[in-house]
Design a protein around this ligand. Structure first.
Ligand code: HEM
Length: 405
């Protein structure tokens, strides 16, 4: 039963991925034909990124962690983890229209103005806390295998990330205006959530699904990552507002996270040989680690910022590694004979990322105009189409039924 419940949660999260991906694609088509009336570009961007974080990655990762744990502690004990995943997904979907239409600005409601997107997102964070408490209870007494050690750490960084979100709200409430503190709070959330919760979480999943002989390398990599993660978020703070001493500490943190990540890529690489989706995901993780390493140099960071490479970097990590990892993870967990992370999905992801580069002003100055926005708009649809196919496959081949290739 747990298999069915967890895989259903994963499928629902994939539905949110399709909606969030279409919203991202709208940003690209909006550059060519203009945004639909009433929608502001920035609000659509917030709707896209929040839905991806809250209703795709987080519930999908919860579903896969719960599926693995159910094989250790039994299905009955993970039921409530799945419920938390469902609640997180639903709250993310509830916040979506408010982000889309109003962004962070308050919504007029019964003679008052309430920032509904922020309020619903805060409720979502409470659900994460409940998930963490349940995870601690369920895994108490369970041997700390490699995947569990990764997930233990991933959840610590999820909680740390949430402190950034509360700190941002506290700064607003206390009318404190400090460009450094405001940026630090925002990047505490973004950095720890993606580099901590997502990356450690998906790496834990990979270690759960692959048997490999390189546990010691992976474990050392994990420890090195944990040493750098608490300060790595400071790398995101613009160079103009961060004190030089702190930037140096951030650089050391970034270096440690990059090295620890590469250790894990090396540990997993040979055993992923048979699995194309994981191979490509690990390749993107390696690219991300090298880019992060290079960005520890302020000169490189400034150069990358001036070229607008932040968004392609984010998608190498979030789409290239995290999303492909979650899809490949579902494949190995529930449909080992299927090819969910098919060449279509991996090619779609790679083309989307390539399509972002000309827009990031990397190429000849003309790339930003002419064919580049059209190429970016067309390629933005690839992962959405491939994900829709996966959803159809799931509906036609529920877990436990014979699988077709
Ligand atoms: C279906 C695939 C996707 C498409 C078509 C897409 C499209 C986009 C676009 C067009 C932007 C705005 C770029 C700009 O500012 O120039 C963007 C930003 C962003 N996307 Fe995606 N994206 C996809 C997947 C993802 C995934 C899987 C995640 C996270 C799990 C994600 C998270 C973000 C974030 C955090 C930003 C930056 C938001 C900000 O700066 O406020 N995207 N995406």
């Amino acid at each position: 039963m747990a298999e069915r419940a967890t895989s259903r949660l994963w499928l629902a999260a994939l539905g949110a991925f399709v909606l969030a991906g279409l919203t991202g694609s709208l940003l690209r088509w909006g550059l060519i034909v203009g945004m639909p009336q009433g929608l502001l570009w920035n609000n659509v961007r917030h709707a896209h990124s929040h839905l991806m974080y809250f209703s795709w990655v987080t519930p999908a990762l919860i579903a896969l962690i719960a599926a693995h744990l159910s094989r250790i502690v039994g299905p009955a004990r993970v039921k409530r983890l799945v419920h938390m995943g469902v609640l997180a997904l639903v709250l993310g979907l509830l916040a979506y229209p408010f982000f889309l239409l109003y962004g962070y600005t308050p919504v007029p409601l019964f003679n008052a103005r309430i920032p509904l997107s922020t309020v619903i997102s805060s409720l979502n964070m409470l659900i994460w806390y409940v998930f963490v408490v349940l995870y601690i209870r369920i895994t108490r007494g369970v041997t700390r295998t490699l995947p569990l050690r990764f997930w233990d750490a991933a959840l610590v960084f999820m909680v740390l990330a949430s402190v950034g979100a509360w700190a941002r709200a506290a700064l607003v409430a206390a009318h404190i205006e400090s460009p450094f503190l405001e940026n630090a709070a925002v990047y505490l959330f973004l950095g720890e959530f993606s580099d901590g919760w997502f990356v450690l979480g998906v790496l834990g999943l990979a270690h759960a699904l692959f048997r490999h002989e390189r546990e010691a390398t992976a474990s050392m990599g994990r420890n090195i990552m944990i040493a750098g993660l608490p300060v790595v978020f400071l790398l995101g703070v613009p160079l103009q507002v961060i004190p030089p001493g702190l930037r140096l500490i951030a650089g050391i943190g970034g270096f440690l996270v990059a090295i620890g990540t590469l250790f894990n890529v090396l540990a997993l690489w040979p055993s992923s040989q048979e699995h194309f989706g994981w191979r490509v995901a690990l390749f993107f993780l390696g690219v991300k680690a090298v880019a992060q390493w290079l960005a520890t140099s302020p000169a490189v960071a400034m150069w990358a910022e001036s070229l607008g490479l932040r968004v392609p970097y984010l998608h190498v990590l979030l789409l290239g590694f995290v999303t492909l990892g979650l899809i490949s993870g579902a494949e190995l967990m529930w449909w080992p004979r299927a090819r969910l992370a098919s060449p279509w999905m991996t090619a779609g992801v790679a083309l989307l990322i390539v399509g972002m580069l000309p827009l990031a002003r990397l190429g000849p100055s003309g790339w930003g105009k002419g064919w580049a926005p059209v190429f970016a708009a067309v390629t933005s649809l690839g992962p959405v189409l491939a994900a829709t196919w996966i959803g159809v496959y799931w509906l036609r081949t529920p877990v436990g039924h014979p699988q077709k290739r």
